[in-house]
Ligand binder design. Structure first.
Ligand code: ATP
Ligand code: MG
Ligand code: FE
Length: 338
């Protein structure tokens, strides 16, 4: 089935065409980062307005890049939540309009399930069941994934998401927005063993990143902001290592607990180079198989939405035009919402 995916949950307007949930025919992402960076975070009202401007050109570009006409599209998948409701409504409304006018089946997709499903666009795919770490700007969750739509949550953050911990650190250090990629790049020049930051809740599968953030605040109060690039790089490397370390160790622990040997890591923070490296080393040591999508499919995109849509539509699951966007939609409730 050829599915058009649409994503507008946060600050990326995206559309993609995917064949049979496996073959990526096009993947267009219009990022609003520039517009939000001067505010140091996503401004919901601005995001909705930019989505409205970008959505049609982005869909047309995705069709064009895939070599398909609208008449070749057999189904539509759109992110329904979780996310900013004003932003979600833009994608959802366009999806409904297209589905209505072309008489196409369509379905609303959970953004977190989509992040996990992004792994199926790679050559090498995991078999069910597996353990998945979804680590992004709004979430840091570990799931036991038995099938499409069948999840059990094993661990989650009690406060900030890992991506937020990166973004807030970069804001504090005044090095730009969004912070994840900036800290990642800086940390490559630094020594991760020079400065040590706390690793919280070692005995639980839940996460907490407020301590590591406070520890950075205290460090900056005591020593001031780094005055050289070298000092900044060491600070970034030490801070990043504390976050990466707990993400890797808790995910491995969850896999052991569930007796599975396959681990999926996805979401925006999964594009972090040190996280990928550390996961690769530790899973190899433990004899586990690691599946991480390429960085462009880790951050928000519509291809991952089309993968879930392909599965749902393939099982005959479609939505009514009365379907609304939802800001919160825990993955455990994915099935009960239908
Ligand atoms: P959610 O998926 O929870 O709704 P979101 O959609 O805003 O949130 P994503 O687009 O999946 O999140 O991820 C964005 C987050 O990923 C930001 O916090 C950003 O700093 C972080 N990020 C992106 N690249 C990197 C990187 N290389 N290293 C660390 N963090 C990164
Ligand atoms: Mg984003
Ligand atoms: Fe996301």
């Amino acid at each position: 089935m050829i599915v058009l995916g649409i994503e507008s949950s946060c600050d990326e307007t995206a559309a993609a065409v995917v064949r049979d949930g496996r073959v990526l025919l096009s993947n267009v992402i219009a990022s609003q980062i520039k517009e939000h960076s001067k505010y140091g975070g996503v401004v919901p009202e601005i995001a909705s307005r930019r989505h409205m401007e970008a959505i049609i050109p982005v869909i047309l570009q995705a069709l064009d890049d895939s070599g398909m006409e609208l008449s070749d599209i057999e189904g539509i998948a759109v992110t329904r939540g979780p996310g900013l409701v004003g932003s979600l409504l833009v994608g959802l409304s366009v999806a409904k309009a297209l589905a209505f006018s072309r008489k196409l089946p369509w379905v609303g997709v959970n953004h977190l399930e989509a992040h996990i499903a992004s792994v199926f666009l790679s050559q090498n795919v995991p078999r069910f069941p597996f353990v998945a770490l979804v680590v992004s700007g709004g979430h840091t969750n570990i799931y036991f994934v038995e099938n499409f739509g069948v999840f059990a949550i094993l661990g989650q953050t009690r406060d900030d998401a890992a991506g937020e911990a990166f973004d807030k650190a970069a804001k504090l250090l005044d090095i730009g927005y969004p912070g994840g990629m900036i800290i990642d790049r800086l940390a490559r020049e630094g020594d991760r063993t020079l400065l040590s930051f706390p690793r919280a809740m070692r005995d639980s599968l839940d996460f907490s990143f407020s301590g590591v953030k406070t520890s950075l605040v205290v460090h900056v109060k005591k020593h001031g902001k780094p005055s050289t690039r070298e000092e900044l790089a060491h600070l970034a490397a030490g801070y990043q290592e504390a976050i990466v370390d707990v993400l890797v160790e808790k995910t491995l622990k969850a896999a052991e607990l569930k007796s599975v040997s396959q681990i999926v890591v996805c979401g925006g923070v999964a594009s972090n180079s040190r996280l990928r490296e550390h996961f690769a080393d530790r899973t190899a040591e433990c004899g586990m198989d690691l599946f991480v999508p390429p960085p462009i499919l880790c951050t928000d995109n519509a291809a991952m939405v089309a993968v879930v849509g392909n599965n749902l539509l393939g099982r005959g699951i479609t939505d009514e035009f009365s379907l609304n966007a939802v800001s919160r939609w825990p993955l455990d409730a994915t099935l009960s919402c239908r």
